[in-house]
Design a protein around this ligand. Sequence first.
Ligand code: PGA
Length: 261
Amino acid sequence: MRRALMAGNWKMNKTIPEAIALLSGLKERIGDIRSADIVVCPPFTALSSAASILKGSNIELGAQDVFWKEKGAYTGEISVPMLIDVGCRYCLIGHSERRTYFGETDETVNMKVKAVLKGGLTPIMCVGETLEERRNGKTFEVVGRQVRGGLLDLAPEEIGRVVIAYEPVWAIGTGINAEPQQANEVHAFIAGLLEDLAGKGISDSVRILYGGSVTPDNVISLMSEPRIDGVLVGGASLDADSFSSIVRDGVSAHLSKNRGG
Ligand code: PGA
């Protein structure tokens, strides 16, 4: 059974005091959950304070982006060793907002995935089609290209350490989530690709998260799908009550699906 991974992507939100308040709320509400991995991805400026608050807790820290070089004259960038230094275990890579607004490509995603793996962090590599691509029947083509491109030249064992997040661009921040079966169909397609790239033993262990307008109201039906192993939550991760419900209800749906009930 794949262990559920429930992640929050705060994007460009929360000052340090706000981050501390949110994390304290999360620790109170979901600090007892041991049957899943729980990850929050605050902005860079709040990582250090977040790490102090989360020390010794079940909630782990991720970054929202990284640069692939280890150090040097790259003004404004943050390296993998810096993320490790501040206490991160995970790093989002290739989020659609990075692809759309900041010129991220499958090639840069691939370089970042390699750098993150080399440093010993877990990459959460984001893929997903736009509405136009879906309407034109290009979903599998686009997602397939992003998965293959992002994982280019990785050894099977390395692929085994990656987490994939399927986030249809049309579902991000729109209030329109993918239908659970519709998302699961893409997850199953990605799982098939992973099997081609790394073999079944390894592909079966790779977690595939769904992201895009996940809320406390839709998380149970999403997490009840066989190949949805977790969620990547944007807007609803900014509030302690809503992210806690998503985590608690999503994890129990995942556990009961795996018990076959
Ligand atoms: P959303 O964002 O939950 O606000 O739709 C998801 C994401 O961008 O990761």
